[in-house]
Design a protein around this ligand. Structure first.
Ligand SMILES: *Cc1c(COP(=O)(O)O)cnc(C)c1O
Length: 448
């Protein structure tokens, strides 16, 4: 190891001897005491077992300022940017951001400074900044939807903010109250929404990227002492029709995306860069995404940066099942779309729906060989990928070890279950089909 990595622990670090729940409890105690009690952030992720939290010595340090959206300082742009035309290359470039951004700075000695809403622009970082070397970075991905009823909506944004806290904890970035992050996201959306997502573009959306990076300008490999939270709004082309379904290439034996004890469950940048070689190869071969398998059994985890779902007929019981990987092993990301589809399916599909056969909703470990068998035996009904970026994307084919598994799409372009689930989500996100008032749709009041 390079000498530079051998930074001796300081007094400040003594309580962080293990990067586990204890370390996380300590981080929260310092930087987000209000979150310490929340044993569960997104439902399944245990962050602070109370017995560990209470073992910590009582803090003698003065309480540092926490992230506080109410103290946001606004500086509006004097050179407004141009909103790309519908269908233009700029719109699809994923490079054009709205007029403003949110920033908030943190240091271990001064806590969180007042956040700012300021003109969108480049960051200034020391070349020695921790995030540039040690992947001390995490992010969220959510969307701001322009509804068919004219309203602006977020979709269950509190879950994204909770998950962001879980991700920051995993990589020793500072804690914060997720409700404050949500207020900052809403502030940015309220400021730029009317112009960047005009009312004559119903069905369109902006992509919201909350990000946190460690900005420490010291090269030592150690817990960040300085960080920057920022939120940007990026233009994306409206979702086209995946007219023939997506094709997945199963990952090879020599690569996996996540492993037990790792960080696949957190939205940290370190998960994505190393997956791009495989993704590039897949694209070259005509596949859209990698189906990430794990271990000798070929356990199915995720499809690209989306959760993977399959509908099949259970061999033993003969019943239909909607199956997706469970979260216990922490090798799968706890997707907001995944969670929402499971909740919708449990509420509406287990007793049959408009002529659709009822099905069981199951979170459990399953393998690529289970899918191969189901396909061979005519029990494979459909499969789809689900996530904010790709929404609910039907899967038409999976390539595994030289063989193509053809996945049925009974409605031509999509399976019957993916179709109803997708329509429910669409209704909630874009305020249509009688779903306008659904509690998962968070209406943003626009500032003109
Ligand atoms: C973001 C992401 C998902 C989807 O999560 P959503 O909250 O539904 O957008 C799934 N898998 C991975 C690896 C991801 O990064």
């Amino acid at each position: 190891m390079a000498p530079i990595a051998l930074t001796p622990p300081t007094k400040d670090d003594e309580s962080f001897t293990v990067l586990t729940e204890h370390g996380i409890a300590e981080a929260l105690r310092k930087n987000a005491p209000s979150q310490l009690k929340s044993a569960s952030l997104t439902g399944n992720t245990t962050v602070t077992p109370p017995e560990l939290a209470t073992k910590s010595p009582p803090s003698t340090e003065p309480q540092l300022p926490q992230l506080d959206a109410s103290s946001v300082q606004c500086t509006y742009t004097s050179s407004p940017r141009t909103v790309p035309a519908v269908g233009s290359p700029e719109m699809a470039s994923q490079k054009v951001c709205s007029d403003h951004m949110i920033q908030a700075q943190w240091t271990s000695t001064t806590g969180w400074a007042a956040p700012t809403l300021q003109p969108y622009g480049p960051l200034s970082l020391a070349p020695t900044a921790s995030c540039l070397h040690y992947a001390t970075e995490c992010f969220e991905g959510m969307k701001l939807y322009r509804g068919h009823d004219g309203k602006l909506r977020l979709f269950r944004p509190n879950l994204n903010c909770n998950r962001m806290l879980m991700s920051t904890n995993r990589i020793a970035l500072p804690g914060f109250d997720p409700a404050e992050l949500l207020k900052l996201v809403v502030k940015l959306c309220a400021t730029d929404g009317a112009k960047w997502l005009p009312k004559d573009r119903p069905g369109h959306f902006l992509y919201i990227r909350p990000t946190m990076i460690a900005t420490d300008p010291a090269l030592g490999v150690e817990r960040p002492k300085e960080a920057l939270l920022f939120v940007i709004l990026c233009c994306f082309a409206p979702m086209g029709n995946m007219s023939s379904g997506i094709k997945l290439l199963a990952s090879q034996d020599d690569m996996c995306r996540a492993w037990p004890g790792g960080f696949g469950y957190a939205k940290v940048g370190a998960n994505y860069g190393p997956s791009l070689v495989a993704q590039g190869e897949a694209r070259k071969l005509g596949y859209h995404q990698i189906l990430w398998l794990f271990g000798n059994e070929g356990t199915i985890t995720e499809a690209g940066a989306s959760n993977f779902f399959v509908v099949w007929r259970n061999k033993e019981s003969g019943r239909l099942e909607l199956v997706t990987a469970g979260l216990e092993e922490k090798i799968v990301l706890d997707g907001v779309t995944r969670r929402s589809l499971l909740e919708l399916a449990r509420g509406k599909l287990t007793t049959g729906h408009e002529g659709l056969e009822e099905l069981d909703v199951v979170e459990r470990s399953f393998t690529i060989f289970d899918i191969v068998d189901a396909a061979k035996e005519g029990r494979l009904v459909e499969a789809f990928a689900a996530g904010t970026a790709w929404f609910v994307a039907p899967i038409s084919q999976i390539h595994f070890k030289g063989e193509d598994i053809e996945v049925p799409m009974v409605k031509g372009q999509i399976g019957a279950y993916a179709d109803v689930l997708r329509n429910w989500l669409k209704g909630i996100m874009w305020g249509s089909d009688g779903m306008e008032g659904h509690e998962w749709g968070y209406v943003v009041e626009e500032e003109e």
